[in-house]
Write a protein that binds this ligand. Structure first.
Ligand SMILES: Cc1ncc(COP(=O)(O)O)c(C=O)c1O
Length: 437
């Protein structure tokens, strides 16, 4: 089958999971074991020295987790992948693979609130500085690059503002400075965008969202293109001997696998945020239907965005496919199958209207997640982005009137029925509090 390249839907079902060679099981077995028996003392020593491939201990690698990693690498078009216990763990690993105390990273500012605090508070405590660059001008990113910068970071579709990153422009700038572009592709999923095709070097995911797809699992994954020159000298953690692995030089020893190997045998080993085999199995189930689910999500998102755009109670809708979106051209280039299913809108009538709207909804669940098959709603300023200061919140693009929707796959008429009830409640609340709608 080596001379045939399989399509996305086929790989979503098959990549990483041939029939089990021992039992013939067609579904991926769940290898729920902490550790693996060595053939001999010699075999054990070879495994620990990374001279032979195999399983040692499930914090570092596990066959069910490996199947999920292989499928993700295949769908994103990367060389390989390393899975983690959460999206935040995966992106932390991406940073820790290339940066240490005294280093610096550059990121676009419109990011998931948890990423903003991870980058600006936790990394800072570890001695790694982060510059968040507001706006969409790639030249502003370039201007923020310092001699000690180790990577450029963005989200394909920003959470929650819905801005679409100019991936090719960002990759060109990063590469011109000898830096990798890291892209959090959570909101698009590989079914809608594959950042590596546009020059990204590392892709991370909160697999908690569309990858799992059922709101059941917390998980993350890092995929690497295999194209970045890690040995060029700009990233000594990969091109110099590492005291963390008996002075191994990862770039010299593993070539294009340098980052993936360090992510696993040093960062995952030491941070310890390993994905459980049970959750890897759930994610494999989710991936089987990813392309079908994303098409249905996009179809419903378009219906809901157009419904809200026509309503007097709604002051604005930010969905990248709408005619008035500043991201329409970028969405057409990077997200030709659809601009995802998570977007925001502004509700007239102030805080009371917002509260009444969310409380009146019955079908849309009010909770802190996105990318579930079920439709979800939240008010970012008082929840996901609450820990940001006023200025950070503004820079992240979060306004007090903003409501974020994650459009699920229910019958669209039911979603609109529920929204209609919510808007009616918002109007009544606003009238009561004296606000104009
Ligand atoms: C865009 C984005 N990236 C990363 C994360 C973090 O992922 P996790 O919650 O799986 O750690 C989230 C979580 O909401 C997210 O929305």
């Amino acid at each position: 089958m080596n001379d045939h390249s399989f399509g996305f839907r086929t790989r979503a079902l098959h990549a990483g999971t041939p029939p089990d060679p021992t039992t013939g099981a067609r579904a991926m077995p769940i290898y729920l074991t902490s550790s693996f028996v060595f053939d001999s003392t010699e075999h054990a020593a070879e495994l620990f020295a990374l001279r032979t491939y195999g399983n040692i201990y499930s914090r570092i690698g596990n066959p069910t987790v490996a199947a999920f990693e292989e499928r993700m690498a295949s769908l994103e078009g990367g060389l390989g992948a390393v899975a983690f216990a959460s999206g935040l763990a995966a992106q932390l690993a991406a940073v820790l693979c290339v940066a240490e105390s005294g280093d610096h990273i550059v990121a676009t500012a419109s990011l998931y609130g948890g990423t903003v605090t991870q980058f600006t508070v936790t990394l800072k405590r570890m001695g790694i500085a982060c510059t968040l660059v507001p706006g969409d001008d790639p030249r502003a990113i370039e201007a923020a690059i310092l001699p000690n910068t180790k990577l450029v970071y963005t989200e394909t579709i920003g959470n929650p503002t819905g801005n679409v990153a100019d991936l090719e422009a960002l990759a060109n700038i990063a590469h011109a400075h000898g830096l990798p572009l890291v892209v959090d592709n959570t909101f698009a999923s590989p079914a809608l965008c594959r950042p590596i095709e546009f020059g990204a070097d590392i892709v991370t995911h909160s697999a908690t969202k569309f990858i799992g797809g059922h709101g059941t699992v917390i998980a993350g994954v890092l995929v690497e293109s295999g194209k970045f020159p890690w040995g060029a000298g700009k990233h000594p953690l990969l091109s110099q001997p590492s005291p963390g692995y008996h002075d191994m030089n990862f770039a010299e020893t593993f070539g294009e696998y340098a980052l993936l190997m360090r992510a696993r045998v040093e960062v995952l080993r030491d941070v310890g945020a390993a994905l459980s085999p049970m959750n890897a199995f759930m994610l494999l189930q989710g991936l089987e239907t990813l392309p079908l689910r994303m098409a249905a999500h996009v179809e419903n998102a378009r219906i809901v965005a157009n419904f809200l755009r026509g309503r007097d109670e709604v002051s604005w809708v930010k969905y990248a496919e709408l005619a008035n979106s500043p991201y329409r051209t970028l969405a057409a280039k990077y997200l030709p199958l659809g601009a995802g299913a998570i977007f925001t809108f502004g509700l007239r009538g102030g805080r009371e209207a917002g509260r009444a709207f969310i409380e009146a909804l019955e079908l849309w669940s009010h909770l802190a997640n996105v990318g579930d098959g079920k439709s979800l709603v939240i008010h970012p300023a008082s929840t996901t982005h609450q820990q940001l200061g006023d200025e950070e919140m503004l820079v992240s693009g979060v306004s007090p009137d903003m409501v974020r929707l994650s459009v699920g796959r229910e019958d669209p008429s039911d979603l609109l029925w529920d929204l209609e009830n919510g808007l009616r409640a918002a109007t009544a609340a606003a009238a009561k509090s004296g606000a104009t709608v």
